[in-house]
Design a protein around this ligand. Sequence first.
Ligand SMILES: NC(=O)c1ccc[n+]([C@@H]2O[C@H](COP(=O)([O-])OP(=O)(O)OC[C@H]3O[C@@H](n4cnc5c(N)ncnc54)[C@H](O)[C@@H]3O)[C@@H](O)[C@H]2O)c1
Length: 266
Amino acid sequence: MILDNQVAIVTGGATGIGKAIALALAAEGADIVVADLNKKIATKTAAEIEALGVKSIAVVCDVTKPWMVKKLGATAIEKLGRLDILINNAGVAGGPGWYEHARSREEDWIACYEVNVKGIFNCIEAIAPIMKEQRSGKIVNLASIAGREGRPALPHYSASKAAVINYTQSLAADMAPYDINVNAVCPGLLWTPMWGQVGQRYAQTNPDYAEMPAREVFDKMVADIIPLGREQTPEDIGDCVVFLVSEDARNITGQAINVDGGAFMR
Ligand SMILES: NC(=O)c1ccc[n+]([C@@H]2O[C@H](COP(=O)([O-])OP(=O)(O)OC[C@H]3O[C@@H](n4cnc5c(N)ncnc54)[C@H](O)[C@@H]3O)[C@@H](O)[C@H]2O)c1
């Protein structure tokens, strides 16, 4: 298997896209640290990963807390022996209850910046020195197609994901001399708990989707903006991440790859 004897940390790895990424990496032989806010769900996911025949540990970690992230790198090395891959997947679409409001509030901007952008900075500060020291490593940041173009329904989220794409380029240049690849993935439309919230916001703010339940908003948007005409799945994102951390992608760095059925052709 292509990731045998490697160890990966997946932030926000307990559910949704992060869980699918963790399972995809494990299916290729990697041992996995599932880092998430919720110990119970993270532990359940780690057990599912171990059923694939690799090692997995669940670690409670809030990426906005530098001291928790610092412990994460040390725990990976102590319990699993090494650290090769970091997937910065943890993300939020706003502050608590953001989707119940028609407009972005200050707390939505702060939450998106703290988790989606500064959360990656915290993980990089803690983990990049380990990778630089060993002169190898692969990092993938979860951005979004919302980072490709402004989204009036959720400007706070859209701006944070544009920052992730830009920050990925800075990191890739910084880490290239150490043979560390840093890339981003921009998922398109995936029906996860996060999109349940996003759909509610669109129904409130966009006349094309007025009064529709979130799932109907989602289905209409898939039909409206995705040339291939189908939604993306967490497994699609897992497959792309496996490629980006594999040797096949050794000459790819500083890129943001859209996995969006052609919604953005750039
Ligand atoms: N669902 C989509 O359509 C979509 C599209 C584009 C990009 N994304 C991005 O993909 C990533 C995963 O999204 P998802 O749809 O699976 O979301 P989700 O809400 O279903 O899952 C997010 C996970 O991150 C964890 N998390 C949240 N805040 C955290 C923190 N401070 N520290 C550690 N863990 C934290 C949550 O507990 C949860 O397990 C996010 O970065 C999101 O912005 C999602």
